[in-house]
Write a protein that binds this ligand. Structure first.
Ligand code: ADP
Ligand code: ZN
Length: 432
């Protein structure tokens, strides 16, 4: 049941001593990079001055902009010839950041991701199909090596090419998939098109859903359609990539591997820690990375600690499903809205299909939100009154949640643009 029992179930005080020991090493290593050397000296911070975990609060935060500015090698803390690989972020919110790894770093990353996959029940007898982009994106190679470490037959399918994905699943009896949730919903239409029923015609049993925010309802839809047990997988390239936090079979939040990461949740305005259990911005420190240690990284992802111990026996703390990222918050008529709120609401409404798009326009001095929603095909054949009723219902449901009235437009399945990677949910035409 455990990949690494002693680490996964370590007593909290032993785990915290391990964290302290690793934090000291990490801070010392970081001070060898150009970026942190400058940062420490301009803040009068003495890297030798860490004597308790609380002392971490004396270290300044690191932001995505810091990493962008230290491009390309500013945060590297070892001689370049020790680096063996680089990855980069997807660049969802601007210029991508780049992360370097030594062989030790890759080994540690592979180990925690294998630990996470094993935790969900994946074993060496499984056939694992990785439907993520291979290349700079971490979801490809990261999962690939971890699946091989478990010993599973690993199919590097990559993203896209939907019909071939289905063919691979059938021909090689794929049992476990790693897939972006918006793509998993889209793929249901391709299953219909080729007349394959994943529940009957494939051996799928587990899905890892990651790389973008998604609601509980989306998970349920995927579980039902594919006949799988779906697990939420959270990670970001700055912290290696996938493997940072992962659901166990209890599915009451995602365990963060605290032997590898020090976790804080802060109020993004005051930068002070939130009260235990309150929502805030996740801040992470690498505890085992030597090539490019990162201290107190502001992820911009909003979450909360799930209180209490988990009944699975693992002692590493859990965070809740990500409720948004501070930088994809929309401000419309003074109201703050996260695209995930809209997804959550839409997926609860019967008749809604698999895709939607938010378009923001400026009309005179007013902002307008258009929500274009794919709905089931049957609404377009026959009685158009039903279509109008559904449109009104969606408008009303959204209004009651986001407090502004969007213009809802209903479209047929498979008509909105699709991406192979993370879904693009918002088009903002308000900028001049
Ligand atoms: P970018 O920051 O450019 O998107 P990454 O590819 O490193 O680059 O993506 C990491 C981000 O993806 C996270 O910070 C988070 O916002 C989002 N993300 C990843 N996994 C999940 C998940 N399971 N739930 C919600 N958001 C996720
Ligand atoms: Zn658990």
């Amino acid at each position: 049941m455990y990949w690494d029992r002693s680490t996964e179930t370590m007593e909290r005080d032993t785990l915290e001593s391990l964290q302290l020991e690793r934090l000291k090493k990490t801070v010392e290593a970081a001070s060898r990079s150009e970026f942190y050397k400058d940062r420490f000296s301009s803040n009068n911070f003495d890297p030798a001055g860490i004597s308790s975990l609380d002392d971490i609060r004396r270290i300044p935060f690191t932001t995505k902009d810091d990493l962008r500015e230290s491009w390309p090698y500013g945060c590297v803390a070892v001689p370049k010839d020790r680096l063996v690989r680089l990855h980069s972020s997807s660049g969802t919110t601007g210029r991508a950041t780049v992360i370097f790894h030594t062989a030790h770093d890759l080994d540690a990353w592979t180990d925690i991701l294998a630990r996470a996959m094993y935790m969900t029940g994946m074993r060496e007898s499984d056939v694992f199909q990785n439907m993520m982009t291979y290349g700079l994106f971490t979801g490809g190679l990261g999962f690939h090596y971890a699946a091989e470490r478990i010993g599973a037959l690993t199919i590097p399918a990559g993203a896209g090419n939907s019909k071939r994905q289905i063919q691979l699943m059938k021909d090689f009896d794929t049992t476990v998939i790693h897939i972006i949730p918006s793509y998993a919903l889209h793929l249901t239409e391709v299953f219909e098109e080729v007349g394959v029923d994943p529940r009957k015609d494939t051996s799928l049993r587990i899905a890892f859903l990651g790389a973008e925010p998604h609601s509980e309802k989306t998970r349920q839809k995927i579980q039902e359609y594919y006949g799988v047990d779906a697990f939420n997988s959270y990670g970001l390239s700055e912290m290696n990539g996938p493997g940072v936090a992962f659901e166990c079979p209890e599915k009451q939040g995602m365990h963060i591997w605290e032997d590898n990461y020090f976790v804080e949740i802060i109020d993004p305005d005051t930068l002070e820690p939130v009260r235990e259990g309150d929502e805030g911005e996740l801040v992470l420190t690498t505890l085992r990375r030597e090539g490019m240690p990162i201290l107190r990284y502001r992820t911009k992802d909003l979450t909360r600690f799930v209180p209490g111990p988990c009944s699975c026996g693992r002692t590493h703390r859990r965070i809740s499903r990500i409720t948004g990222r501070t930088d994809d918050m929309l401000i419309l008529k003074g109201v703050n809205i996260f695209p995930i709120q809209i997804e959550k609401k839409l997926m609860e409404i019967p008749g809604v299909g698999n895709n939607f798009l938010i378009i923001l326009e400026r009309e005179g001095y007013n902002d307008l939100m258009i929500v274009r929603v794919e709905v089931l095909r049957e609404f377009f054949s026959g009685n158009l009154k039903q279509l109008e009723q559904l449109r009104r219902k969606i408008t009303e449901e959204l209004r009651s949640d986001i407090l502004i009235t969007p213009r809802v437009e209903l479209v047929e399945p498979n008509t909105l643009p699709k991406t192979e990677g993370k879904a693009v949910r918002v088009i903002d035409n308000r900028k001049d």
